[in-house]
Design a protein around this ligand. Sequence first.
Ligand SMILES: [Zn+2]
Length: 193
Amino acid sequence: MERFRLMRNIVTCNKCGDTIESKYISDCVRCKCGAIGTNGGTEYQRLVGEKGDICLKKSIYKDAKRGTLITHKELGKLKKNTKELMDSFGVMSVGNGFIDCICSKDEIIRFSDALSKIDIEVTHFTLWEVVEKLDDKPKAGMGGPKNRFAEGWYAELNCNNFEYRGIENLLEIVNQYELEFGCVVAPGLWLDI
Ligand SMILES: [Zn+2]
């Protein structure tokens, strides 16, 4: 489920100051000076122009969890807070977003508490083998990223994605797979943001 859904596809041009809105799927609009444009209505936001010329702060999203509207700026702040929280717990995402946010088993309870305090939910998780040193080979995992916060790296374990059913259930699964694979396992959380 996507928590934040685009409701108003509104973009402002930083060059000419014009504010435009794409209202339906093939409503391709351009600003007065032509530097920027947007398309897709509320289905998707297809932006045209240089990144520095585009201002998204007037776009509006619906927060499915709270049933309220949220501006692009507020959503940006929530993402920034989440990133800062991840950094403070040494949690790294495998990509750029909020999927596969790998957290050590020792920090997982405190991190999940901190997430719920800022109203962010975990939807799913994957499992990763903690490899202590960069040159070490994983016992059970496959490829994976370097740990940004410590020595070593994370090797993806060959198992399904799990639906998140609370922290106790997650720890049970992590412990079970540590026994099965004979390695240290860290969960990669999928955050609903
Ligand atoms: Zn313009």
